[in-house]
Ligand binder design. Structure first.
Ligand SMILES: Cc1cc2nc3c(=O)[nH]c(=O)nc-3n(C[C@H](O)[C@H](O)[C@H](O)COP(=O)(O)OP(=O)(O)OC[C@H]3O[C@@H](n4cnc5c(N)ncnc54)[C@H](O)[C@@H]3O)c2cc1C
Length: 326
């Protein structure tokens, strides 16, 4: 345990678009934010090549480059960006306590949680290979579908999100083959009906993914197996989309914050307030619906403004930065 306890006005946990946007606003509002990056500095976008839908980049930008710019913008206004992983919290008392890397203890007036969520993958070596190469494996149809216009793609998943993503892809791609492991969907009837009624979506039930095929650089197809008949087939495809869910990175908060059944932190509708006063949540850690960089950034802004109002109401010494025009 640490010898000295640091006191922080605004602690931001996570360095994705939500965390850095919260930092830009908090720093400009005299909150002297300290931001811990976690094990994935820059967040999920550092795992993708092209980001073409974030406003302000007419030519597009790579995910890693965009996140470096966001970090620089947060640092320009004085954000203290640090390496470190939050391993424990205690929100039981008036002072919110956070431990970084097991040892460093920090007492926080406000906390903005921006820990994001991790897409689940099948875990096949071939899937991971083409994911790392940026060669045609994706967990986000809305983000990457555009790159497969007029091409044939495969999507795996059986829930509402999978149906929604398959339907989204069907409007861009020539053909979408949907792989469902069981003999039925998990999705709601209305979502099932939508994919079943879409002409260029072919649904293969009782079907497991055996291997993502490729030429060493990019995906060329998927080898699948019917788990009832044992019959294998190869489906030509340039894109392989995985839509089997996300895991929010929120377990460290589970003893104190209300979460839904999957682990998304629950916020008061229309705000970023959690059930613990002074603790706010932004980005994918609370969002199972939109899951986009721009929405994460938007809620990061909201969280900083909510935290500033909280400080103004609870800390007589806190000076709202009237000189700063947000
Ligand atoms: C392959 C891929 C491509 C995508 N493409 C696009 C796109 O083109 N356009 C788009 O808008 N969206 C895209 N997205 C979605 C987008 O990346 C996310 O919606 C966005 O990054 C969410 O931002 P966030 O700040 O909430 O969290 P994240 O980006 O997930 O960042 C979470 C951060 O929290 C940190 N963290 C987690 N736990 C801890 C802890 N205990 N202690 C300290 N730090 C912690 C992590 O290290 C990380 O820095 C894509 C996603 C993926 C996976």
């Amino acid at each position: 345990m640490s010898d000295t306890i640091e006191k922080v006005k605004c602690l931001i946990i996570g360095s994705g678009p939500a965390g850095y946007t919260a930092a830009i606003y908090a720093a400009r509002a005299n909150m002297f934010p300290v931001l811990y990056q976690g094990t994935q500095p820059g967040g999920q976008l550092t795992t993708t090549n092209d980001v073409e839908n974030f406003p302000g980049y007419p030519q597009g930008i790579t995910g890693p480059a965009m996140m470096v710019e966001l970090q620089q913008q947060a640092e320009r206004f004085g954000t203290d960006v640090r390496d470190g992983w939050v391993t424990k919290v205690d929100f039981s008392g008036e002072t919110h306590k956070v431990w970084v890397n097991e040892t460093t203890e920090i007492h926080c007036d406000t906390i903005i949680i921006s820990t994001g969520a991790s897409a689940k993958y099948l875990g096949l070596p071939s899937e991971q290979k083409y994911l790392q190469l940026g060669g045609g494996v994706s967990a986000c149809a809305v983000c990457d579908g555009f790159f497969y216009r007029n091409q044939e793609v495969v999507i795996v998943g059986a829930g509402d999100s999978a149906c929604e993503e398959a339907h989204y892809l069907s409007k861009l791609c020539k053909k979408v083959t949907m792989l469902v492991r069981r003999d039925e969907f998990r999705a709601s009837q209305i979502m099932q009906t939508r994919v079943k009624n879409t002409q260029n979506i072919e649904i293969l039930y009782n079907t497991d993914t055996e291997e993502v095929l490729g030429d060493g650089q990019v995906v060329t197809g998927v080898r699948v197996k019917n788990n009832v008949t044992g019959k294998e087939q190869e489906i030509p495809a340039t894109g392989f989309f995985v839509a089997i869910g996300h895991k929010p990175n929120t377990d460290v908060f589970k003893d104190y914050l209300k979460r839904d059944a999957v682990g998304y932190i629950l916020n008061e509708p229309g705000t970023t307030r959690t059930n613990v006063p002074g603790v706010f949540v932004s980005g994918d850690a609370a969002d199972h619906v939109y899951r986009q960089a721009v929405t994460a950034a938007g809620t990061g802004c909201m969280a900083a403004l909510d935290a500033e109002r909280y400080l103004a109401a609870h800390d007589a010494s806190f000076q709202v930065n009237t000189a700063t025009n947000y």
